[in-house]
Design a protein around this ligand. Structure first.
Ligand code: ZN
Length: 380
């Protein structure tokens, strides 16, 4: 699972630039491959650098925060053959692509112009829209998804060539993927560069194609994945699941999968950020005399004390019964209950007698001309 950048640097999410710089320097000194020879130190060093690249740059940081890193709880591990995700001291290729090449599924042309066509190229990022129930978004959990994507062909180890054979360097272009032609015109000599017609720009030709993938090196497959939904996600939260997009080409890293969440509404609860809102109805006698009632919260039923003399529309706060804060789930929002007082539209003769007696004690004029209701004419 891709780790959260703040977690890597050991800072809080609201750390300022100075704190991030300090945390980065401290960790970079500790894990620099020149000083730290422990196994894994180099990987940690790369992770630290990657986190710093993004968090130290306000614009990148803002974009990073619009995604939530989410993990896969089962399925395959990292596919072989792309160890390093391309950290070269600049912005890591995967982050860079996700942030700047933006769109999903439309990046192929861009990639081809930006990279040598016969070099490794990163797989496409994919988008999946996922519906969550109200409670699932609050408490997170595992969710099974099916994602159609291109997987690296295991038969040919993504070379596209039949096992035992190798793709050959294209003899027409010598592996460049391009051919040049000099044209003489009345205006001078021009060199025209075009895509090699033999290899289609790949620089390689596969004479014996792998039968499993028909020479593509990748296969369209629908994969079942169990992803872990973090606690506290909301409608519109975007989860980034590293390396579950399309497989890369010629040993390039796979793209990422972005899961856009859509949270269903609930009949009882409404959500406002990390707070849960709901209404509770009590009887007018309960409002006057106070009561102890059972109410529903997202954690299940709980007892609530209603103090005597409570007024309509009073908002009662149940602390820590709201939504766990995304990224810091020990802190939870509140549950805000708006109290409604149920005034009966009909009363029995016995109730009416008692209420009229009560009105007399309180010196309130009631019932004159009221139709079916003693409350019809109070203080006219
Ligand atoms: Zn194959």
């Amino acid at each position: 699972m891709a780790r959260d950048y703040y977690e890597i640097l050991g800072t809080s999410r609201d750390a300022d630039q100075e704190e991030i710089k300090r945390a980065y320097r401290r960790l970079a000194r500790k894990y620099h491959p020149d000083v730290n020879k422990e196994p894994g130190a180099e990987d940690t060093f790369k992770e630290i650098n990657r986190a710093n690249e993004v968090l130290s740059e306000p614009e990148l940081r803002a974009r990073y925060e619009s995604f939530v890193e989410a993990g896969v709880s089962s399925g395959r591990g990292a596919p072989p053959g792309y160890g390093d995700m391309g950290y070269k001291g600049g912005i890591s290729a995967d982050i860079y692509d996700a942030f700047f090449n933006g769109g999903f599924g439309g990046g192929a042309g861009q990639q081809q112009t930006a990279r040598r066509r016969n070099g490794p190229s990163r797989g496409e990022d994919l988008r999946l829209d996922l519906k969550l129930e109200f409670q699932e978004a609050i408490f997170g959990g595992e969710k099974e998804i099916r994602i159609p994507h291109l997987e690296a062909c295991t038969t040919c180890k993504s070379t596209g060539a039949k096992p035992g054979s190798q793709p050959q360097t294209c003899s027409t272009c010598g592996g460049a993927g391009q051919v040049r032609r000099n044209t003489r015109t009345p205006f001078g000599n021009f060199t025209q560069v075009s895509v090699c017609p033999t290899c289609n720009g790949d620089g390689q030709v596969i004479e014996d194609k792998c039968e499993a993938c028909n020479g593509a090196g990748r296969k369209q497959e629908t994969k079942k994945l169990k992803i872990s939904i973090p606690k506290g996600v909301d409608n519109g939260t975007k989860l980034r699941i590293g390396k579950e997009g399309d497989a890369g080409l010629r040993g390039g890293p796979p793209g990422d999968l972005y899961v856009y969440l859509h949270v269903e509404e609930d009949a009882k609860f409404r959500r406002e950020g990390i707070n849960i809102l709901s209404q509770v109805k009590i009887g007018y006698l309960q409002a006057i005399l106070g009561s102890h009632i059972q109410i529903d919260t997202v954690d299940g039923p709980t007892e609530l004390n209603i103090p005597a003399g409570i007024q309509p529309n009073t908002v009662l706060k149940l602390e820590q019964k709201g939504v766990p804060r995304l990224g810091n789930e020990v802190s939870r929002g509140d549950h805000l209950l708006t109290l409604q007082i149920d005034i009966p539209t009909k009363v029995s003769q016995e109730e009416r007698d008692l209420l009229e007696k009560l009105a007399k004690i309180r010196g309130e004029r009631v019932g004159k001309g009221g139709i079916g209701s003693i409350f019809g004419n109070v203080f006219k």
